[in-house]
Design a protein around this ligand. Structure first.
Ligand code: PMP
Length: 296
């Protein structure tokens, strides 16, 4: 699904076939989850493939590496240019790009200087699909910010996400919504969360969540469209009263939500600010907004 016979990856300074690449079973990342990564999308535009917010994603990768004491020997500019080469070599335009920085042999709980860099890409449909999602409040909290760097995209943090999504699916929901350590709504397992009430949007402040690049893009688009957004703490009970809600993330883009814990939102998705922003987001990433932008 992610690669075939001809897929090319970038690994430690070389271009090679994905099928020929190997890794060390004594990798510290494999045993303890101490690796950092990104999830980036490129879009086909009139000017060719464009990697959306490439600089912001690689700045976050460098930040994540630094927080985990990983010495990454690439600059943002080098990583951006390697990403365009990766797309070209694989003949990809609309793609999901996965940079992964992982560590070599080390069974001790200290960093190692053996740092590996993988860049790979594949075609990936919208991660959460196109249907409005039924959410449940997770029994799992997001990691306490005193237990890790929540704003770093660390591989090991995703065990929490896997538990939450699996619990939600096993209970017949589409996805989970996780609370922070104070029982306020934080975010989804792989996306930030917004809700709409009386023509205004609300989202959790930074501190217990990943600082999403799509979340930031939504702030920019909302500002341009005159939509008010407030960052504040809120509970699932506040969300039960919402008019609408959505997730934002690179893989999910802007994903509409229908209900939380069986409480349906008041508006039909098409009537929500989320639907307007979803259309605006797609126009922005495809650089189409000045050509056929329409408010839905
Ligand atoms: N929160 C979590 C936990 C995530 O994994 C992601 C996806 N990277 C997001 C939020 C959204 O971040 P972004 O918009 O930068 O993809």
């Amino acid at each position: 699904m992610y690669y075939n016979e001809t897929t090319t990856i970038f690994l430690d300074g070389k271009w090679m076939k994905a099928k020929d690449a190997t890794t060390d079973l004594y990798s510290q990342t494999l045993h303890y989850g101490a690796g950092v990564f990104e999830g980036i999308r490129s879009y086909e535009t009139e000017d060719g493939a464009m990697v959306f917010k490439a600089k912001e994603h690689y700045e976050r990768l460098l930040y994540s590496a630094e927080k985990m004491h990983i010495k990454l020997k690439y600059s943002v500019e080098e990583l951006v240019s390697l990403t365009y080469e990766l797309l070209e070599r694989n003949n990809l335009q609309n793609a999901y790009i996965r940079p992964l920085v992982y560590l070599g042999q080390n069974m001790a709980l200290q960093p190692t200087d053996e740092v590996h860099v993988l860049l790979c890409a594949w075609n990936w449909e919208r991660y959460l699909g196109n249907q409005q999602l039924k959410l449940m409040t997770s029994s799992f909290q997001r990691p306490n910010p005193k237990s890790c760097f929540v704003e770093a995209k660390v591989t090991g943090h995703y065990t929490n996400s896997i538990l939450a999504t699996t619990e939600a699916k096993n209970k017949g929901f589409d996805e989970a919504l996780l609370l922070d350590m104070n029982d306020n709504v934080a975010e989804g397992p792989g996306a930030n969360f917004f809700y709409e009430k009386d023509d205004k949007l609300y989202t959790a402040p930074l501190g217990n969540i990943l600082s999403g690049i799509t979340r930031q893009t939504i702030f920019e688009l909302a500002n341009e469209l005159g939509i008010e957004v407030e960052e504040k703490f809120f509970t699932p009970e506040d969300v039960y009263q919402a008019d609408g809600a959505f997730f934002t993330g690179t893989a999910a883009e802007v994903a509409g939500i229908e209900s939380l814990d069986g409480h349906s939102f008041h508006l039909k998705w098409d009537e929500t600010l989320g639907a307007t922003l979803s259309a605006a987001y797609i126009n922005r990433v495809q650089k189409k907004e000045y050509k056929n932008f329409e408010l839905v």
